[in-house]
Design a protein around this ligand. Structure first.
Ligand SMILES: Nc1ncnc2c1ncn2[C@@H]1O[C@H](COP(=O)(O)OP(=O)(O)OP(=O)(O)O)[C@@H](O)[C@H]1O
Length: 322
């Protein structure tokens, strides 16, 4: 459904060349739900805008929904849905009106556009809201309308740019349900961007991790997490005992990557459940009492950390500071 090779885009801003996307290869099969995960500024939106014909690549080529991006951009546009960040609805119009207009813009006849607007409205739980002005919708309802707008013309492939950004947890879970149903019921291929680790984890069959304009890892969430070996143990101790605890952690069988911060020592072990008794015995023998103890299995953030040396949050803070 998507096949891209060496897709790249740079911008000139304030006399400087910014390489936003540096040679991305993509291969998305029909019916897949794929997430493009990376911190703010990683190049997700720029890639999406290239794949949806809104931005010309500086280099590379792609076939999207069976059409060549460069040779037949109109063909691509006809076959895809694109739900941009922030959405494209007109606040003054009504929900149904907006959906019908979207269908008409894709060349659908009035009767077909109206019927299809009702179908996608129902599908996205907007059935009761079809006559409501768009501006009266809640954040979650608005995002569902955005997604519905991307579906009116029955695309086989839909691009969602940060579909749940700025939503509360309940609305996010609800939008996830709808995205899952899209794929399960209609077989729609979904390619979404996110900087939420839990979203990529919970929703996507496959995740492409992007950093600094390059794909640094690809796989199912489970495959990616399996690349980070071992569990992470965090043990809270009084400040005076930090260095002694770090020393003990380094002596635990298989203990590795010991770090200390804010009254906490963290380290990796092959199996957290097996390491804990040994750790507690050693701390007890040294007369150190723990204030907290936690074992966690690798998350996608650990994957990002292993691959890039920083967490997604750190990467985003660095982007804001730049
Ligand atoms: N029109 C533009 N002119 C100059 N620089 C741009 C332009 N669009 C994007 N960039 C830069 O390219 C890089 C990638 O931006 P992009 O929006 O693709 O990232 P992103 O991963 O989608 O981030 P976000 O999650 O914040 O949307 C950033 O450094 C951004 O500042």
């Amino acid at each position: 459904m998507i096949e891209a090779h060496g897709l790249a885009r740079s911008f000139r801003a304030r006399g400087k060349e910014i390489a936003a996307v540096r040679g991305v290869d993509l291969d998305v099969a029909a019916g897949e739900l794929v997430g493009f995960l990376g911190p703010n500024g990683a190049g997700k939106t720029t890639t999406l805008r290239m794949l949806t014909t809104l931005l010309r690549p500086t280099a590379g080529r792609a076939v999207v929904a069976g059409r060549d991006l460069a040779a037949d951009p109109v063909g691509v546009r006809r076959r895809i849905g694109y739900v941009a960040q922030g959405g494209g609805t007109i606040p003054e119009s009504r929900v149904l009106e907006d959906l019908v207009m979207q269908g008409r813009m894709h060349g659908m006849g009035k009767a077909d556009a109206t019927a299809q607007a009702r179908v996608v409205g129902e599908r996205l739980d907007l059935g009761e809201l079809l006559e409501r002005p768009v501006k009266s919708l809640s954040g979650g309802q608005r995002r569902r309308l955005d997604i519905a707008l991307g579906l009116v013309h029955r695309p086989d492939l839909v691009f969602l740019d940060e579909p749940t950004s700025a939503l509360d947890p309940r609305s996010r879970a609800n939008v996830w349900e709808h995205i899952r149903a899209l794929r399960a019921d209609l077989g729609t291929t979904v390619f979404l961007t996110t900087h939420y680790l839990d979203e990529a984890d919970a929703l996507c069959d496959r995740v492409l991790v992007i950093d600094n304009g390059e794909i640094v890892a690809t796989g199912s969430p489970a495959e990616l997490k399996a690349k980070v070996s071992g569990d992470l143990v965090s043990v809270g101790v009084p400040e005076l005992a930090l260095s002694r605890t770090a020393e003990i952690a380094g002596r635990i069988a298989g203990g590795d990557a010991v770090s200390t911060s804010d009254n906490t020592v963290e380290f990796r072990v092959p199996r957290g459940d097996l390491a804990l008794p040994e750790l507690l015995r050693a701390l007890d023998a040294a007369g150190i009492s723990t204030t907290s103890l936690r074992v966690h299995q690798p998350t996608l953030d650990d994957v990002f950390l292993t691959l890039t040396g920083r967490t997604i949050r750190d990467a985003e803070e660095a982007e804001v500071a730049a």
